[in-house]
Design a protein around this ligand. Structure first.
Ligand code: NAD
Length: 414
């Protein structure tokens, strides 16, 4: 190894199911990491891993991984119900953790994990991949550059056929919409309402309809389903000046900006009577960088480990999303009754994460930001937002052989 080459971070990926192979491939492709092994229990999945990546070391239960000092970090891509236990074990063993969304299945579990990470001075980062999507960040630029004007409402359809999971469609898919919407709007979610249908398993909705109300009054209506004839990932943002359609598909034109809307005559032509005119101007499809969001997410994780900078997909974003998921679950239980989203634990009115040192288990009412924990909680989430690249993220996508671009992009889509 050249003397100038920066030390690579030894990392193990836990979970090689549906999403894990994407994490493994990106870890292998990222220069900041050295893949030390994969942790997977299922023998069929292990065989699939061995076929694709011969020679990779396999751990069945993180045991050896956690005692190996060359392993500095663990990327966890196991089902949500396992996150709390696996993240706790990894942090207690002194490893930095990137854990797939959601951070955990309850806000109390998130609080405990955040405290544990602060106590051990380790990075804890939830994998909210969409906040690294170039299309999502292009729309964020349009919103914050006031190109769209006031955002009146947003609709989202996130549907496909399967795959059924026991945690339900809301826990599986809503974190994507919540992370995108919080990243775009940079304002608190104040109220949610959700109804759903459980077709295959009572109590576990496979289809859900959610209405989300943000502090400024902007509303989002989100449809989630594992029962749909084809994969749909479409969002529409309706602003006072322009409207945007965002389709997370294999097409080149993922974002379309429409100069369309309704204008009032100002002042009214007759007393009290406003004339409305329809504006049907041009559609523009801005250039979007062809970079895989997961590659940028891993790059941000490496940067957080090396420099202490807070990742864009921060622990604060993670706990904020889990609090929203709890409110959505409550509304589902009450058959769609609107539920007020409670304050986010550990997040102060200034938007910063407050982490008290101590037993690492229970949040104090006024958590103190200690010098030791500051490294992991500064510049959190949307507060450090900005356009992609503003925080030093560099495009690093790679092409693969033997696949069309469309197939490749489809496989990489969450
Ligand atoms: N960021 C994204 O866009 C995105 C997309 C899909 C899934 N996910 C997330 O990735 C995670 C995994 O989802 P999935 O769809 O791949 O699930 P999956 O069930 O397909 O795969 C999970 C794998 O983890 C393994 N596993 C379970 N417990 C384990 C343990 N204790 N030790 C080692 N291996 C274990 C299972 O054998 C399985 O192979 C979830 O948190 C999910 O929300 C994220």
């Amino acid at each position: 190894m050249s003397a100038n080459r920066p030390q690579r971070i030894g990392i193990v990926v836990a979970g090689y199911g549906y999403w894990g192979p994407n994490v493994v491939r990106n870890v292998i492709e990222r220069p900041e990491f050295k893949l030390m092994g994969v942790c997977e229990r299922d023998e069929e999945r292990v065989s699939s891993l061995r076929r694709r990546h011969p020679g990779i070391w396999v751990d069945r239960d993180l045991d050896i991984t956690l005692t190996d000092p060359r392993v500095e970090a663990v990327a966890i891509a196991t089902p949500p119900s396992t996150h709390y236990e696996l993240v706790t074990r990894a942090l207690e063993a002194g490893k930095h953790v990137l854990v797939e969304k959601p951070l955990a299945t309850s806000s109390q579990a998130c609080v405990e994990l955040i405290r544990l990470a602060a106590q051990h001075q380790l990075v804890l980062m939830p994998g909210h991949t969409f906040v690294y999507s170039p299309s999502v960040n292009k729309i964020r630029e349009l919103i914050h550059g006031d190109v769209l004007g006031e955002v009146f409402f947003i609709t989202s359809s996130r549907m496909n056929l399967g795959k059924f999971q026991r945690d339900g469609v809301v826990l599986d898919l809503a974190p994507h919409d919540l992370s995108i919407l919080l990243h775009w709007l940079e304002e608190p979610l104040v109220r949610v309402a959700a109804s759903g249908r459980s077709v295959f398993h009572s109590e576990v909705p496979d289809t859900a309809f959610m209405t989300l109300t943000f502090a400024s009054g902007t509303q989002a209506n989100v449809q989630l389903s594992w029962l749909a004839p084809r994969k749909v990932r479409q969002m529409v943002i309706v602003g006072s000046r322009r409207m945007v359609q965002y389709e997370d598909s294999s097409s080149d034109e993922t974002v379309r900006v429409y100069d369309r809307g309704l204008d009032f005559d100002e002042p009214p032509s007759n007393f009290g009577e406003y004339n409305l005119t329809y504006r049907t101007g041009d559609m523009v499809a801005p250039r979007i960088d062809a970079v895989e969001p997961l590659a940028l997410e891993l790059q941000d994780f490496a940067s957080a480990i090396k420099t202490g900078a807070e990742p864009r997909s921060s622990a604060r974003l993670g706990v904020t999303i889990v609090v929203a998921l709890e409110a959505l679950a409550e509304s589902l239980r009450q058959e769609g009754r609107p539920v007020t989203v409670p304050p986010i634990p550990l997040v102060g009115s200034n938007g910063r994460l407050r982490v008290a040192e101590g037993n690492g288990k229970r949040p104090s009412a006024d958590g103190v930001l200690s010098a030791g924990s500051e490294r992991f909680v500064r510049g959190i989430g949307s507060a450090n937002g900005g356009a992609p690249g503003a925080d030093g993220l560099v495009a690093g996508g790679t092409e693969r052989n033997g696949e069309s671009r469309a197939q490749e992009l489809d496989r990489r889509r969450p």
